[in-house]
Design a protein around this ligand. Sequence first.
Ligand SMILES: N[C@@H](CCC(=O)N[C@@H](CS)C(=O)NCC(=O)O)C(=O)O
Length: 209
Amino acid sequence: MVERPILYSFRRCPYAMRARMAVAISGVEVELREVVLRDKPAQMVEASPKATVPVLVQTDGAVIDESLEIMRWALAQNDPDSWLSGDDADLIATNDGPFKAALDRYKYPHRYAIDDVTPFRSTGSAMLEELNARLSDQDYLTSGVIGITDIAIFPFVRQFAATDLEWFLAQPLPALQRWLKDLTAAPLFETIMCRLPPWRHGDHATLFP
Ligand SMILES: N[C@@H](CCC(=O)N[C@@H](CS)C(=O)NCC(=O)O)C(=O)O
């Protein structure tokens, strides 16, 4: 038994970002532990041997080590802006599957021994066009208000855009560019991007949000 849930996280990880966003909007208090991926704490690996971030350890010791499930866990307790009503599981699955695979190859070609990133940028671009088409009719992906789908997807679109910002801003994707700008400029995003030193056993608890 621990006093409050523990969230192992890594500031720049898009999966961890979406988990922190849902925890932050829910107001459910957790202890936030910043992780260095090349030197993961033994306590985290013991809780989740697959050792990806984010990992949530509940007060009874139960572990959730998938970011979407952490989002749903937090929002099930408190969902002040009704994010759960904007849940498009298929679109999130497309993001987490083919889009993420293209993003990784576009952003880190050396990891995959890729010389030409163009095909991967094109694959990702097809999803960006689909998102842009949706956002041309409504402000957010599932309606006029933010939903879990927006929050689950935008950290990945942000990474894709930042890979070659000049290219991204030159694309005819005005609705998507507006959406990304709005979400990244929101105070909630600023809150979850706070910088923390890496957690070490024995440190004082950092409460979040
Ligand atoms: N499906 C997992 C994926 C999480 C994931 O892959 N996180 C990356 C960081 S962005 C990670 O921890 N990779 C392991 C490593 O780099 O050692 C989730 O949604 O939580």
